[in-house]
Design a protein around this ligand. Structure first.
Ligand SMILES: NC(=O)c1ccc[n+]([C@@H]2O[C@H](COP(=O)([O-])OP(=O)(O)OC[C@H]3O[C@@H](n4cnc5c(N)ncnc54)[C@H](OP(=O)(O)O)[C@@H]3O)[C@@H](O)[C@H]2O)c1
Length: 293
């Protein structure tokens, strides 16, 4: 069975890997990117490229409508566009916080909202939200990235239940670390306060945010983050390439009854287990809280 995909942030990283993997298996793709010229190198008769900044709700609605007009049916919609914002809560400006939520949360919400009427009309479809193991747990200095992806997860888990009766699936793909620009040129940082230097050193092995980014770009190691472990920051990058994530997403969308949550990537399951254990231990400090045997 061939499928038609709609993918946001398709020009690089995971989004590009999803696009090329889908094309390689014979599928059709509507790939969106803020700057469509960044996809000029990827010419294909089954590929349509549309400009889209997911923060702009009106444009999102027009673009999703245009995609359905062009291709008729969309089987897989991947909300992939996103980036990481790093900084302690008090180090972040309102503009930085709003942009993180506008991209990672509202962007996926607007695309989902625009697509749902079409998916209901066709009586099928699979919305794949590119989330993170950082939406199960949390890390200091990643609060707003965590918040944006937890918000993505909250509405999407509910949406999964809303849309099941219409034959539409929603999956939260909780990704572990992958070697993309996420922890490199794409990452944004708050303005450092000296009070958090020790925490920066503990997480990144560097006293300043930009130092960790430079190190990540040149080694190429990935600074620890909501999507990797602290130990990774000093070591050579052990993150798999985005094609590994793409293979997992192809398997996911081929399932007849896909799960609401799918953990993707080496080490990611362990991180989810640790986050769930930590949460359970926290509850267990409350004597009124008992787990069923
Ligand atoms: N790599 C990881 O370890 C990892 C782990 C867990 C989750 N994730 C998630 O995976 C998704 C993809 O990230 P990646 O690893 O592929 O990082 P990446 O290489 O930095 O790619 C990010 C993509 O998102 C796009 N994007 C950012 N803001 C956008 C906006 N406002 N409108 C449209 N597109 C926008 C970028 O477009 P431009 O080129 O225009 O900037 C780029 O195509 C993100 O949601 C990220 O949070 C990544």
């Amino acid at each position: 069975m061939t499928r038609t995909w709609f993918i946001t942030g398709a020009n690089r990283g995971l989004g590009r890997a999803f696009t090329t993997a889908a094309l390689a298996q014979g599928d059709r793709v509507v790939a969106t990117a803020r700057d469509p010229k960044t996809m000029d190198d990827l010419q294909h008769e089954r590929l349509t490229v549309l400009p889209l900044d997911v923060r702009d709700r009106a444009t999102v609605i027009d673009t999703v409508n245009a995609a359905f007009d062009k291709v008729g049916t969309i089987d897989v919609l991947v909300n992939n566009a996103g980036y990481g914002l790093v900084g302690a809560v008090e180090e972040l400006t309102e503009a930085e916080i709003r942009d993180q939520m506008d991209t990672n949360f509202y962007g996926a919400l607007w695309v989902s909202q625009a697509a749902v009427p079409h998916l209901r009309a066709q009586g099928s479809g699979h919305i794949v939200q590119i989330s993170t193991v950082g939406a199960v747990g949390s890390l200091p200095l990643f609060s707003l990235y965590n918040a944006s992806k937890w918000a993505l997860e909250g509405f999407s888990a509910s949406l999964a239940d809303e849309l099941r009766p219409f034959g539409i699936h929603v999956t939260l793909a909780q990704m572990g670390g992958f070697d993309t620009d996420w922890a490199k040129s794409s990452m944004k940082f708050g303005t450092e306060l000296p009070a958090y230097t020790a925490q920066r050193e503990a997480l990144f092995g560097m006293p300043d945010y930009w130092g960790s980014l430079v190190q990540a770009d040149s080694t190429p190691a990935e600074p620890a983050g909501a999507d990797s472990t602290a130990a990774d920051s000093a070591a050579e990058s052990t993150e798999p390439g985005p094609e590994v994530a793409a293979a997992a997403i192809l398997e996911l969308v081929a399932m007849s009854n896909p799960p609401v949550r799918k953990v993707v990537g080496p080490g990611a399951h362990q991180m989810v287990t640790m986050a769930l254990d930590a949460r359970r231990l926290d509850y267990q400090t409350d004597p009124e809280f008992t787990w069923p045997a």
